[in-house]
Design a protein around this ligand. Structure first.
Ligand code: NOJ
Length: 529
């Protein structure tokens, strides 16, 4: 058994979590000071967004040195200290690995811009002539040209500040010889460098990585076959050298990612998973229409989500997990798309579903997405999901002692904004709901990461959502009805109810009547057994 089998993750966006030195930006010291909070809530693992040297044009996903921490967060020794403090509390910590691109200011990229051949010439995806772009190649989002002596255009992996590291092409289509194969020297050097970077941080004491845009490595790669091969090699190397290390991909297609040797893959806001059907409206910046499943309107539809999940689950049964996050730094938060009741029910789902759950900092108290904030560090529409953590009612919500005008981002201006201190005191808060659910998840293995999962009732616009979880002879059924009307389900005999929120269910004419905006978990003996 690996630690991820029992992991419940908390995602820390370091800029906004806790500032320990009053400069208005979160740091390693701040994270350490809140480890007890994270642990007392029930989490036993954390993921920290990139904390490496960077000009921060994309919040640190634009690295200039993979082996250095960003000064604003602290020194490498501070980070080592953080690892120790995490481990003292029997927790684990994963860092963010960004393998697909660097900053355009990375010394490797600057060197690759030179017209003279050198050891970085082939480290990025360059064409052979400045007039030849990298158009119509899958995995390439743009290109840079006219910025160097080198006569060529360089492919971009995400934004213009993020030139693509070269991992080769799955299918070579150019006649001029600039597209390389994954076996060529440049791609090989990058593969070896990733192993070195991962080893460096694992040696220092981290427990693994969340891997950014893991599916983006090889360009023009049908079915991502070559990318899977590269990850199989890197993960194979890492898992052999560090058997305890965990790698989790930001890929969004577990049926591919897990074949590449990842311990787990995330469901994402993009890709085929229909993750967004759970907690976000069709247009993710629309806060009103309530088209998602966990809306009281009761118009949501999880049939596509279920079909995709079941497909992924077949792969996961062979090894590996599927992770469902409450949110992350790239999408609007659940609130205000969801109200307090809806968020609590979403947490019933997250904490009773298979795979390792991830909770984005602040979601455990129902922090809001703040609309129309000016973009900071390349956040654009994502900025509103990155505001400072709301710890209490003191200055800057207890996030920082610094001047309010110097904060990384302003705190939520709403006087009624939620905060940790108040929610801890309120037994019915979102926070205490999450805490109780985590406790149950730990108590009953069948509700945990590795318990089997079977959907029992899911059809178009159909409520409630019902699924069975089982492990080692024990089974439970989870029934969630986010909508405002009373609904029915037919489950035969259910056993003792071990958790309930919202109204109490009733049995009438052999059917279970599930009250509006309610959920319960019961011991279960499947009808068929
Ligand atoms: C995914 C990250 O989550 C996002 O924040 C980042 O901008 C892109 N990858 C590029 O690294």
């Amino acid at each position: 058994m690996k630690w991820i089998d029992e992991a419940i993750f908390y995602q820390v966006y370091p800029q906004s979590f806790k500032d320990s030195n009053g400069d208005g930006i979160g740091d390693f010291g701040g994270i350490v000071s809140k480890l007890d909070y994270i642990r007392n809530t029930g989490f036993n693992a954390i993921w920290i967004n990139p904390c490496f040297e960077s000009p921060f044009l994309d919040a640190g996903y634009d690295i200039t040195d993979y082996y250095k921490t960003a000064e604003r967060y602290g020194t490498i020794n501070d980070l080592r200290g953080l690892f120790d403090e995490v481990h003292k509390r029997d927790m684990h910590v994963i860092l963010d690995l960004v393998p697909g691109h660097t900053s355009y200011l990375h010394p490797w990229f600057l060197k690759s811009m030179s017209r003279d051949k050198n050891d970085c010439t082939d480290r990025y995806v360059w064409t052979d002539y400045v007039g030849r772009d990298v158009e119509n190649v899958t995995g390439v989002t743009g290109w840079l040209r006219g910025i160097s002596d080198r006569n060529g255009a360089c492919a971009v992996n995400y934004k213009a500040c993020q030139p693509a590291l070269n991992f080769g092409f799955g299918k070579v289509t150019d006649e001029y010889g600039w597209q390389q194969s994954p076996a060529d020297a440049g791609p090989r050097a990058n593969i070896e460098e990733m192993k070195k970077i991962m080893s460096f941080w694992l040696d220092l004491g981290c427990d693994g990585f969340r891997v950014d845009m893991a599916g983006s490595l090889v360009k023009n790669d049908d079915e991502q076959y070559e990318t899977i091969k590269i990850w199989d090699e890197i993960n194979g190397y890492i898992h052999e050298k560090y058997p305890e290390a965990v790698t989790i991909s930001e890929w969004g297609e577990p049926s591919r990612a897990l074949r590449g040797g990842f311990d787990a893959d995330f469901l994402l806001s993009f890709g085929p998973s229909h993750y967004m059907d759970l907690f976000r409206n069709d247009n993710m910046l629309d806060f009103k229409s309530g088209t998602h499943f966990f809306s009281k309107r009761g118009k949501g539809d999880l049939t596509n989500f279920k079909a995709a999940y079941e497909g992924f689950y077949e792969q996961a049964k062979k090894g590996g997990m599927i992770c469902i996050p409450s949110g992350n730094h790239d999408i609007p938060r659940m609130a205000p798309q969801m109200d307090e009741d809806e968020i609590k029910l979403a947490f019933v789902f997250l904490m009773t579903f298979a795979g390792a759950p991830f909770v984005y900092y602040g979601d455990e108290i129902g922090m809001r997405y703040i609309e129309k904030l000016p973009s900071v560090e390349g956040g654009y529409h994502r900025t509103g999901a990155r505001t400072p953590m709301q710890w209490d009612k003191s200055k800057n919500c207890g996030f920082s002692d610094g001047k309010s005008e110097n904060l990384y981002l302003p705190v939520d201006p709403d006087e009624n904004r939620p905060d940790v201190a108040s929610q801890i005191e309120d037994n019915t808060s979102i926070y205490n709901t999450v805490r109780k659910l985590i406790k149950l998840r730990k108590q009953y293995k069948c509700l945990g990461n590795k318990g089997d999962l079977k959907f029992l009732e899911v059809s178009a616009e159909s409520y409630p959502l019902v699924y069975e979880r089982s492990y080692g002879g024990e089974s439970m059924v989870v029934i969630i009805n986010p909508c405002e009307r009373c609904v029915e389900c037919d489950l035969g005999d259910i056993g003792e109810i071990i958790y309930q929120i919202g109204g109490e269910p009733r049995t009438e004419a052999e059917k279970i009547k599930v009250m509006p905006c309610s959920a319960f978990i019961a011991k279960y003996k499947n009808k068929a057994v």
